[in-house]
Design a protein around this ligand. Structure first.
Ligand code: CUK
Ligand code: CUA
Length: 641
């Protein structure tokens, strides 16, 4: 055996020739300092300092970790069904997963973004995007539950989302796949892409008080692919920046087609201007074609929105909303520093990282310093918008976070490292290897006006040799770095749920006390609530059986149910009468054709069940709740018709 295997050489050559594949960094050994364990150690009974809200990628969910321990605190079901919590199975939550395509029990959640006030994380809500069937979800951080989901018309592959403006006025979403708009004939030849496919940006308004989302308006843009975005802040508040690739508008994304241009674009959007045009009535009303096909089984408390009409601004009719800025080679991340002056574009195939200046962009627009038009929209001269280029930073730049002290931290997928650099002078200050092939990275508040730069978490695509082998697939991995000193120090590895992309982190103090929430039984508005055992009953309504049931340690009431006929649909409406924190009860019945329920104190949830066979069916509480948990059960009898 030679020292370098052929494979190893191939890898090295791949890296040198700027392969789009990742390669392992040279040092795969442990570079962990002796004090790392103490830094990540949170003693039993102690709380973590930070909550970390991590996107679950193709699991469709969001997971919550404590930092610095890396302890998994909760998985919040968002876009995928979750039998553990009855999510997508209970009558209350089924409707949450309704789309214009019907019930979609799965999606791909890439980015989490927390609500902000004055550009700082306020800890009220966290938003997530559905990357496949385009939707945005809002999670309420008093309950850690998905409160609402909205579907976006004229979109496909909702990737550039859900990034928000500095006072959470809007959650903004850019379509990754350009498609024919919903009011156009969609049955067109794919090679008519250039004429028929459009890129769309959605502005979802968020109510200041209750967070309720609505689709305020959309901007119809040329058919490029919007990859990522961030809101301006401070001086650039009122603007939004999007990375765009495939500016050749090719319908196949082979390198020869879509990446032939030396430069793609960052698109700068003056959303305050767009908002003015909307307020002045300049939006065009567009009907949403497929809205009427929706599967509509809305029940009880769920709110999932599918629009039937949307207000659209056609960018090319308003020459002062959207501007293109050339940006080298397939830009992916598009990140704005805490001052709002610097916009970092990360060309995945570029050997440098360009940094744009908001002031220069404004000057260039005022001076009409354009090199031409792209589909009728002005293109600003690269040099006129440029603050400078970070030279030879690493290979495959993806995403950048900030520490609020003038430094940026960029992830490099191909060279598998985090690079710390100074924004003003464009000097590399430090490098840390990641294991392996980092995608996103997060600093608490690292995309806000006020970062809390104690830790940096790298979310890696490949785990390889970091954990005990578990068959052909290993879970993806996060790595925690202490960034309080000049040098980054690796202190912890931990596995993640699904594939993590973007994440947010925030000091625990902002959230922990308000999430001690319990639902008050007196406030329970559920149409089928039983507020005490005296209110329990079994009734028939329109040919369906409704069981009003209660749970309290340690019995279910009623616990003997007879008179059900074979083939009947039975709705178990279970109210948990407990008023102590953290005492849920579960509910399951033999032959469960719809998973189980997990009901929080004070809450009612409904399970639909079909009595398919004659016989006796035991039911029971699934969550070990007291010494008499095993006694929390009952029987239901199904008789022939
Ligand atoms: S993407 Cu995953 S590494 Cu979907 Cu934000 Cu860049
Ligand atoms: Cu209730 Cu176990």
């Amino acid at each position: 055996m030679t020292h370098f295997s052929t494979k190893r050489w191939a890898l090295l050559i791949g890296c040198i020739s700027l392969s789009i594949f990742a390669c392992k960094p040279k040092n795969t050994g442990s570079a962990v300092g002796a004090d790392a364990a103490a830094k990540a150690y949170v003693a039993p009974g102690q709380y973590d300092q930070f909550y970390n809200f991590v996107s679950g990628g193709f699991s469709g969910q969001m997971s919550v970790y404590g930092l610095p321990s890396g302890r998994l605190l909760r998985v919040i079901p968002v876009f995928s069904v979750d039998p553990e919590k009855g999510w997508g199975y209970s009558e209350e939550t089924k409707a949450m997963l309704n789309t214009s395509h019907g019930m979609v029990p799965w999606d791909d959640l890439h980015h989490t973004e927390m609500s902000q006030t004055n550009g700082e994380i306020d800890g009220r809500w966290v938003f997530g995007n559905a990357n496949n069937t385009p939707r945005v979800a809002r999670i309420d951080l008093t309950t850690f539950r998905t409160a609402e989901i909205i579907e976006l018309p004229n979109s496909a592959g909702n990737h550039s989302s859900p990034f928000i403006t500095e006072n959470t006025e809007y959650v903004v979403a850019g379509t990754r796949f350009s498609v024919p708009p919903d009011d156009a004939n969609g049955d067109v030849a794919i090679d008519t892409y250039k004429d028929n496919f459009k890129g769309t940006i959605s502005f979802i308004s968020v109510d200041k008080n209750d967070g309720k989302m609505d689709l305020a308006f959309q901007i119809q843009c040329p058919g490029v692919n919007f990859d990522l975005s961030h809101a301006g802040k401070g001086k650039s508040n009122g603007w939004f920046f999007f990375s765009c690739y495939n500016t050749e508008k090719a319908s196949t994304l082979l390198e020869v087609n879509a990446s032939q241009r030396d430069k793609d674009f960052i698109m700068a959007v003056n959303w305050k201007k767009a908002e003015e045009y909307i307020k002045a009535g300049k939006g065009r009303k567009q009907a949403v074609k497929y809205a009427s096909n929706r599967y509509d089984e809305k029940t009880h408390t769920a709110t999932s929105q599918i629009k039937t009409e949307v207000l659209v601004l056609d960018a090319k009719n308003f020459k002062d909303i959207c501007y293109f800025i050339p940006c080298p080679k397939s830009p992916h991340g598009c990140d704005v520093d805490p001052t709002g002056e610097y916009i970092v574009g990360s060309g995945k195939l570029a050997a440098l990282v360009p940094v744009f200046s908001f002031d220069k962009i404004q000057n260039a627009i005022a001076a009409k310093d354009f090199i031409g038009e792209f589909d009728g929209l002005p293109v600003i001269k690269y040099e006129s918008a440029l603050h400078g280029e970070l030279q030879k930073p690493g290979l495959g730049p993806l995403h950048t976070e900030f520490d609020g002290k003038g430094n940026a931290y960029t992830s490099f997928f191909v060279s598998s490292e985090v690079v710390k650099w100074n924004i003003k002078d464009l000097k590399v200050l430090d490098r840390a290897a990641t294991y392996y092939s980092i995608g996103h990275l997060t600093i608490p508040g690292g995309d806000s006006k006020k970062p809390d730069p104690k830790y940096l978490i790298a979310y890696n695509k490949i785990t390889k040799d970091r954990y005990l082998p578990t068959g052909p697939e290993l879970s993806q991995s996060a790595q925690l770095f202490d960034i309080s000193g000049d040098k980054m120090q690796l202190i912890l590895d931990f596995p993640t749920i699904g594939e993590p992309h973007y994440a947010q982190a925030v000091r625990a103090d902002l959230i922990k006390d308000k999430s001690l929430k319990i639902f008050k039984i007196d406030d329970n508005q559920h149409p089928y609530v039983a507020k005490g055992e005296g209110a329990t009953k079994v009734v028939r309504e329109n040919g369906k059986v409704h069981v009003y049931m209660t749970t309290i340690r340690s019995h279910l009431a009623p616990d003997n149910i007879e008179g059900i006929q074979q083939g009947e649909e039975v709705y178990f409406h279970i109210t948990n009468l407990e008023q102590d924190w953290d005492v849920p009860h579960g509910f399951a019945i033999k032959g469960a054709n719809n998973a189980e329920l997990l009901i929080m104190p004070g809450e009612t949830q409904t399970l639909k069940w079909v009595a398919d066979r004659v016989g006796i069916y035991p039911f029971y509480c699934t969550d070990f709740c007291s010494a008499l948990h095993q006694e929390m059960s009952g029987y239901l009898r199904v008789s022939p018709k």
